[in-house]
Design a protein around this ligand. Structure first.
Ligand code: CA
Length: 419
């Protein structure tokens, strides 16, 4: 007997070439968070299946978050991936005319599969430190043009270092979590004094998050050439931003309350290994970065990931991650060069992904040019910034092996009224 849920076509977006990791619970045990691997429309209980199979890394995945598995490092991540691909390939073949390993794989897998629509997803990692970058030249140029119309769009440092800031780990939430409209101070240029109240310029930022494992010591920088050994995988990320709060507070120390109320992370973390076919060269970097930001192309690369941004189902933008100026390896090398340590469960995000064209911009700030050019949704309504009840969903695809497609786990959130 073969099973429809295991016998997936090779080009399924959650097929054998993808196998993202997440954390789930079932309705009968809602408090028991378990690591799962997505295959098709099912979740494989990784802790249970590895315990039964007796693999030697099983204890690292019998956990309520991915952090202990992240601590194992790239050799174990690769071992786990090979093991899972073999198990699921064997399990997907007919068991009754197969070998003993195939029958066992089928039995083992079937016993620990849960349909995706019958589980609840949780934050996949306990977020240690969180850093957000600003790696899109198009985004930085657009924002600079709007906020500093009389000066150069890019600040003098922008092409010399990946700009970033330390964000707030505690308000990283899993996809599907409602986003409560933040309150705070704002003061428009024409306002005589600041006022306090709900943000009226609530925005999104379509980003890619990088999940880090392999802790390092304080004072031990990670060079570009080794940086990707610390990146377990990627997940879509929405850095919700209150533009009015941000505009009033950001000088001179950068983002604070305008970005710390919520940041949404996709429930599924795509292993970096699944994106081997998506690697692309970086855009030309001119001027040449300083030596510590230079490294071999096999570590310092971009990713051919195309995002789609939807508000209430209307497709507004398709940001191309391949246009990002700085590589994730350069971001991680810069993050640590001053001596900062990495912790298992660190998260760093790319910054808003915007391409060169209007319909590839990754924020409403840019898509509506700071509210001056409203967008029309499919239902005929218009938007500048988000209204209460709006649901934002960011999805993405990347090329996989042999013409297949990797469909990244989406990140979504609905705006709830301010408290
Ligand atoms: Ca951001």
């Amino acid at each position: 007997m073969t099973s429809a849920r295991l016998d997936l076509p090779a080009d399924h977006p959650f097929g054998i070439h993808h196998l993202p990791y997440g954390v789930f619970s079932t309705p009968d045990r809602p408090d028991r968070h378990r690591i799962g691997v997505r295959f098709g429309d099912s979740v494989l209980d990784l802790g249970a299946v590895t315990r039964e199979a007796g693999v030697d890394w099983a204890i690292a995945v019998q956990q309520p978050t991915l952090n202990a598995f992240l601590a194992q490092g790239p050799a174990v991540w690769a071992t786990a991936r090979v093991w899972l691909q073999q198990l699921l390939t064997d399990a997907g073949r007919p068991a009754d005319d197969g070998t003993t390993p195939r029958r066992e794989a089928h039995h083992l897998t079937e016993a620990h599969l849960h349909p995706c629509d019958q589980v609840r997803m949780h934050l996949p990692i306990s977020v240690a430190d969180y850093v957000d970058f600003y790696a899109s030249e198009h985004h930085a140029t657009n924002v600079g043009s709007m906020f500093r119309p009389d000066g150069d769009a890019l600040t003098p440092n922008w092409k010399h270092l990946p700009i970033g800031y330390h964000g707030r780990s505690s308000t990283v939430v899993v996809s599907g979590t409602d986003i409560v409209r933040p309150v705070g101070q704002r003061k428009g240029p024409a306002d005589p004094a600041p006022i306090f109240g709900p943000s009226v310029k609530l925005d999104i930022e379509a980003e890619l998050g990088f999940v880090v494992g392999g802790a390092t010591d304080v004072g031990a920088p990670v060079p570009v050439a080794q940086a990707m050994e610390h990146v377990f995988g990627v997940a879509l990320f929405n850095d919700w931003s209150a533009r009015d709060i941000q505009a009033w507070e950001y000088v001179p120390l950068g983002p604070f309350l305008g970005k710390s109320f919520a940041s949404s992370l996709a429930a599924w973390v795509t292993p970096l290994e699944a994106l081997a076919q998506a690697r692309v060269p970086l855009p030309d970097q001119d001027p040449t970065p300083l030596d510590y930001l230079r490294g071999p192309a096999e570590s310092s690369y971009g990713l051919d990931i195309t995002m789609e941004v939807r508000v209430n189902g209307s497709l507004l933008s398709r940001p191309p991650y391949a246009t990002m100026y700085w590589s994730p390896a350069q971001m991680l090398a810069h993050l640590t060069v001053g001596g900062a340590a990495l912790r298992d469960g660190d998260l760093f995000a790319s910054g808003t992904t915007s391409g060169p064209d209007r319909d590839t911009r990754g924020s409403l700030l840019e898509l509506t040019w700071n509210g001056t050019e409203p967008l029309t949704l499919d239902d005929g309504s218009t938007r500048t910034f988000l209204q209460d009840g709006d649901e934002v969903t960011i999805s993405a695809t990347a090329p996989g092996p042999a013409g297949s497609v990797i469909g990244l786990g989406e990140v979504s959130g609905r705006i709830a009224p301010a408290h």
